[in-house]
Structure formats: structure tokens, C-alpha cells
Design a protein around this ligand. Structure first.
Ligand SMILES: [Zn+2]
Length: 200
């Protein structure tokens, strides 16, 4: 059987590929390989807080993440350069609605643990094991310029670290433990089937 025939006989792969096509046609998502994803994003200066440009970017970021999640049933975070804007802003789903974090910074981290990560910019087609700290303290600004810190739990820590990597021009594919990269064959069920494992 050729690869083409195999693909045609595998409804799960076709569903996943359909999702990527839908993203490319309907959302401003940039995919791995795009130069914008390799750029280090620039910090917002004091006089930019509360300005229309910042508000607009936050609205597009949240809107894109919500649309992706409504379609894919997953997707918890998005960095501004994933929609082509190289600025330090991320949208992250912590509660019932996504929230925007401006100029997020890592204050401290603790421990080491394994989890399987995918990325919207990889069309969520690839998954691999990534070792990261399991506890972190992050500081950030809100859209009005207010300064906040968050003591993140395991899931949130990974999410913030994944998104801050994007802002620094990196993505989780670069962090995959060699030999663990896999093509996703069961959509979100496969991605959600992995659990956190603390190693330190
Ligand atoms: Zn990502």
C-alpha cells in the first residue's frame, strides 16, 4: 500500500489534516518554518499600555485562540508571533475565558518533569516529550499596565513556559526529547491521554 493509499484509508489522519487546512484558511496562525516564529519578540514600553494597538492585538489573539479551540476542542495558549506580530503578548486559557498577559517573565522555576506537548503552529499534528520545570513563578503586566505575579501550578507552568519560548523565537518541537516525536493519530484524545510525570 502506498503512503497515499494509507492516508486515504485512515480517517483519523484525514480529520487531523482537515483541521490544519481549516486553520490555514480561516485563522491568521503562522506555521513552523515561518520566520516570524523564530524572532525574539519585543517588549511593550510604558507608553504603549492602554493604547488602541495593544487592545486590537489582544482582541485578535483571544479571538483566534477561541476560534481554534471551538474547532479543535483543544488549544490553551497562543503567542502574538504565532499570528505574525512579534511583540511580547500571550493569550492563555486559565479559567473560563482566555486572558492576556503582556511582557510575561519567568521569575523562578522548580523541579523537572515530563509531558507530551504539541503546538497550534505545528497544526497539532506532531507530539513529543518535553522536559520542563513543574512549578514556576511568573510576572506580567495587564492591558492597563498593572503589574502582577502568578504562582503557577504544573499545567499552568508548562503553558507559560511553552508560550514564553514562542516569544523568544523557540517552539516545543525544538525541545522534544530525541526519538519521541510522533505523528498524532487520534486527535485530541491522544494528546490528552498523556499525564505529567515528575522526575525531580
Ligand atoms: Zn505553541
Amino acid at each position: 500500500m502506498t503512503i497515499k493509499e494509507q492516508l486515504h484509508n485512515d480517517p483519523e489522519i484525514l480529520d487531523d489534516i482537515d483541521l490544519v487546512r481549516w486553520i490555514a484558511e480561516n485563522l491568521p496562525i503562522r506555521f513552523i518554518g515561518d520566520e516570524g516564529l523564530k524572532q525574539k519578540c519585543t517588549v511593550f514600553s510604558e507608553d504603549e499600555f492602554g493604547r488602541e494597538e495593544m487592545m486590537e492585538l489582544s482582541e485578535v489573539l483571544i479571538d483566534t485562540l477561541k476560534k481554534y479551540r471551538a474547532k479543535a476542542g483543544m488549544g490553551r495558549g497562543l503567542a502574538a508571533n504565532q499570528i505574525g506580530i512579534p511583540r511580547r503578548m500571550i493569550a492563555v486559557w486559565l479559567g473560563d475565558e482566555p486572558e492576556v498577559f503582556v511582557n510575561p517573565e519567568i521569575d523562578s522555576t522548580e523541579g523537572k518533569g515530563s509531558y507530551w506537548e504539541s503546538c497550534i503552529s505545528a497544526g497539532t499534528l506532531l507530539i513529543g516529550e518535553v522536559i520542563r520545570p513543574w512549578k514556576g513563578r511568573f510576572s506580567y503586566r495587564d492591558l492597563s499596565g498593572g503589574v502582577h505575579t502568578i504562582e503557577a501550578d504544573e499545567k499552568q507552568t508548562r503553558l507559560f513556559l511553552h508560550e514564553i519560548d514562542h516569544l523568544d523565537g523557540h517552539n516545543c518541537l525544538e525541545a522534544y526529547t530525541p526519538g519521541t516525536t510522533k505523528f498524532v493519530r487520534g486527535g485530541k484524545e491522544e494528546i490528552f491521554s498523556h499525564s505529567f510525570t515528575r522526575t525531580k
